[in-house]
Structures are given as structure tokens and as C-alpha cells.
Design a protein around this ligand. Sequence first.
Ligand code: NAD
Length: 380
Amino acid sequence: MPIKIGIPRETATGERRVAIDPFVIGRLSKLGIEVLVEKGAGKSALISDSQYDGATLVDNAKELSEKADIIWRVQAPTAEEVSIMRPGSVLIGTLMAHNNIAMLKALQDNKITSYAMELIPRISRAQSMDILSSQAAIAGYKAAIMGADIAPRFFPMLTTAAGTIRPSKVIVIGVGVAGLQAIATAKRLGAVVEAYDVRPETKEQIESLGGKAIELTISAVGDGGYARELSKEEREQQQLELAEYISQADVLITTAAVPGKPAPKIIPESTVDGMKEGAVIIDLAAEGGGNCALTQPGKTITHGDVIIHGPLDVASQVPVHASEMYAKNLFNFMQLLIDENGDYVPDFEDEVVIGSLLTKDGQVMHEATVELLDKTLGEQ
Ligand code: NAD
């Protein structure tokens, strides 16, 4: 029998996205899959209940959890929200189990099978399911807009009757998905853009977007195309070489991350002290503690005449398109879990399925999470 997919209203503080989009409902319906949506689920993403054509509206999360075979979410549920799910049902979302042991235990207790979208292997075949990329692209775009908004200067060059205004200089540090989108957006707004990453292959990508690559003496390519953590000496050298460039920036956007580690500290206080009056730092790495030593996650502070903004959950601030892209990522992932009749038949031989499988009927399957859980239980 075709499955029922349930979409609850997101309950995390400040979360504005929703895990479904009217277009995806149409695609699921064609497969014979029934979609249940909790009333008001799309409200903060500006999707009214009446736009969920073809879906069944459900009064509350409890009723939804009782009826659905598979629940789609943006953010991880609380342990209480897992406890109202039907034993043996399936959860798919950004689960971040390492930050959420109570939820993990509830998944075990309630014998839930769960797939963590952030664990999907970043291979070419899985690009259409990659929520890290879709949401990071949104965050990068928004970071450039935030920089332009907070800065006391124009981004573009303006030639006016009142004289010619020089364009702002934007420096982007960390040229992954978010960094590339920040470069592209700042360029579109007319800024002069320079960018830096420890992975040398980013030079060509920066230049293809019209930016200038900052080349330092440090290179730090790690496993799987990601950066590795720098040694203390390399970090000091990097800070020293970068400070010179950063002193010229009107807006500095930092996005550097190393998988599984806190955000690398790249901008010490001394570098901020050397920045221009009115310069702005948008620290997109705030979620992981920040790339700037002075960043306070979730806050905007001033240090001397420099404004340091450490936004959290940035993709949620563009909820319409963030929801649309997230829902399409989920739909593409679902293709690996269902057959042409809309039945749930996951292929556990598939590396994308097994790579994202957090729990199966309550048993923790993801190796790093098993180790974390053992460690946590050992400490109790
Ligand atoms: P990320 O968010 O993990 O990190 C952002 C950037 O920070 C990276 O470019 C990284 O090199 C850089 N960085 C780390 N430490 C730094 C330091 N000390 N100084 C300066 N920069 C530093 O990156 P991401 O956007 O998730 O992408 C990482 C990699 O994954 C890239 O190689 C990208 O091409 C690849 N990727 C693959 C797929 C896919 O095939 N499905 C999808 C997206 C990204």
C-alpha cells in the first residue's frame, strides 16, 4: 500500500521553514502517496493551508504522528515529539544527533527508523539531495545582503552629479558552497570582491565569478575534498598574512568550516583592531562558534568602529525558497526509499541510504553516533 507522508509544523525557536512545497505534493500524489500536513505548517514560510492542494490537512501534530508512516521535518524533533510517533514509523530531517542525545534515545525507545539528511554522502549522484549545499547557498546569498544592509557604504561604484563613489571591497573567507554564493551576490551588487580558501582549487572558482583570489603560503587539503584543520603554526601564519588584506575590507564575510570540528578561528582581535572604521564582519560560521574570535553567536556587537554580526539559522530567514529547495532535496532522497507504486522499500545496499541511516527500528546504525552514545552513557 502506498505510504502516507506527514509534515508537522516546525517547533524550533525562530524556524520559519517547512519541509514540504506544493510542487512536491503534486509529485508525491502522482506516485499515489498521500501527504498529510499539520494545519498552519507553512504559515511562516508564507504558504497558506489552501495552497497545499492535494494534501490532507490535519489538526495537530499528535494526529499527524498517529496517521503518518513517514514524517518529514526541517529541524530535529524534541524527544517528546518523537515519543508521539507511531512505533516502527520513519523520520527524515536534519537530525544532528550529536547535539541531541535525548532525541536519539527517544528514537531508540520508540523503535523509529530515521534518516539524517546532513549525513548524506556528498557524492555527485546525491547532489540533488544535498541539504547542506542547498541551505548553504541560501546562507551565502543572505550574508552578502546582510553585509550590504549593515555597511555604512554603498557596494557599487556610483557616478552621480554629487561625485563618484568608489565601490566597496568585500572579502570572503572560506569558499565552499556558501562562500561562492556570497562572492556571486556581492559581485552582482557591484562590490569589488576578493576571496580566500585553504583549498587551492578554489582559485579558479573565485575567478570564474569575477573575484580575485587571495593566495597565501598555506594550503590545507584534507579528505574527500574538504579542508583539514591547520596546525598552530599554520594558523598563526595564516592570521598574519590575512590581516594585511582584511585591513582594506569594507565587508568581511567568513564561512570557513572543517567537518566535525568547531569553526576555525581565523580572525583574531588584533586583525579586527586593524580594520577600517565602519567595516562589517558577517560571520556565517557563528553556528560553529565563529571564525572571528570576537563573534557572539546570534548577536550583533561593535568592537571599536567595527560591527560584528554572528547570525544563526540564516537559511530560515529566506523561508520561501529555503523550504522549496529543502522539500525538493527530500523528494529526491525519497526516490531511493520507495518503488514505482509508492511503497516503502529502502535499498540498504545503496551507499546514500546507508550513509544517512541514523537508526533502524530503533537501533543506532551510524557508526560515529554509536561511539558518541557509548561515550555519553559511559560518563553517566
Ligand atoms: P564547508 O562548509 O565544510 O567549509 C567552507 C569552506 O571553508 C571550505 O571551502 C573549506 O575549504 C574552507 N576552510 C576550512 N578551513 C579554512 C581555513 N582555516 N581558512 C580558510 N578556509 C577554510 O564546505 P562546503 O561548502 O560544505 O564544501 C566543502 C567541499 O565539499 C567542497 O570541496 C565542495 O566542492 C564539496 N561539495 C561536494 C558536493 C557534492 O558532490 N555533493 C556538494 C557540495 C560540496
